[in-house]
Design a protein. Structure first.
Length: 166
């Protein structure tokens, strides 16, 4: 497999990012403007937006907000044809490195109760359930499971070769 390159999301990546999100039923369906806001240098809250690429093709992305000492993973997605290759893990590890530099001590997220694949991914990464939001999601109405990861001592071990560039 070619090396995975993780880098900051840029404006030129947005068409592919939106296309990946649109192709996945479980990914948040953000507008293009929401991604523009996510890559804004002076945005509030501060956001970290990363993409994974293989051979210069964007194959995954994530967006997280940071209000140290907490951070929230708002969105993570890997293109269907690239799933199962460790790209989600590589993105998450790069995010954790960035969050530590930003002074965050924990990372939180919510996931649909029915999204068992995502729940298993997060459990493997060391996230633990800390609560629920009843009826949080719409279409269909569903509970959100709240997960948290303490950033000190969290596991690593991406399956894909990882190159992280600023």
């Amino acid at each position: 497999m070619s090396a995975v390159r993780i880098r900051r999301m840029a404006g030129a990546d947005l068409d592919r990012v939106v296309a990946i999100a649109d192709s996945l039923g479980t990914a948040p369906q953000w507008s293009r403007l929401a991604y523009v806001d996510a890559i804004a240098i002076d945005g509030t809250p501060r956001r970290i937006a990363l993409i994974a690429e293989i051979d210069a093709l964007v194959v995954g992305f994530l967006v997280a907000s940071v209000v140290a000492p907490q951070a929230e993973l708002e969105s993570i997605a890997v293109a269907g044809e690239a799933q199962g290759r460790g790209l989600g893990t590589a993105l998450l590890e790069a995010l954790i490195a960035e969050l530590r530099l930003a002074g965050a001590g924990e990372l939180e997220l919510e996931v649909r109760e029915s999204n068992r694949a995502a729940a298993a991914f997060y459990a493997r990464a060391g996230f633990r359930e800390v609560g629920r939001r009843r009826g949080y999601y719409r279409e269909p109405v569903e509970d959100a499971v709240l997960l948290r990861l303490a950033l000190e001592g969290c596991p690593s071990g991406a399956k894909a070769p990882l190159i992280f560039l600023d």
